[in-house]
Design a protein around this ligand. Sequence first.
Ligand code: OFO
Length: 172
Amino acid sequence: MLSQKMIDRINVQINREMFSAYLYLAMAAKMKELGYSGIGKWLTVQYHEEMFHAMKFVSYLHDQNATVTYRAIEVPEFKEKEIKPLFQHVLAHEQGVTASIREIMDLAIAEKDYATQTLLQWYISEQIEEEKNASEILQNIDLLGNSAQGLFMLNIELGKRDASVPLDFNKV
Ligand code: OFO
C-alpha cells in the first residue's frame, strides 16, 4: 500500500509527464510550420513516449488501488525557432525531469517503499536514454556546423524515428 505522500507525488509526476508530452507536441507543431517535418516527426514520437511515461504511472496507481488525480496541464511556453536552441531546451527539460524522478526515488527510499523503487528503476534508465537522445542531436548539430545543408540532412535523419514504447496505452 502506498503512502498518501507517495500517491500525491506520483500524481504530480503524471502531470509533469503530460506537460512534457504537451510541450513536445507544441514544439512539433512549430517545427512543422517552419518546414522541418522530420524534426516535427521526432518531436511527435517524443510526445507519444511522454504519454506512455504518464500512463505507466497511472497504471501503477490503479494496480496499487490508489486514486489518480488529473490536474490542469500548464500551457507549454517556448520561444526557440532555431534547431540548436530548441534541442538545448529539450535537454534542459529532460534534465529537470531526471531530477524530478530522482526526488520520487528519494521519497521511496525514505519510506522503504520497495515496490515504487522497482517501478522507478525503469524511469531512471529511461531518463538516461532521454538525455542521451537530446545530447546526441546537439552533438550532431555541432558536427554539422549548424549549416543549412547539415540541418537539411538532420531533418531527414530525425524523421526516421519510430516510437520505442507501445502506443496502445491499454497494454500499459
Ligand atoms: Fe518523461 O521523460 Fe521526457 O520528459
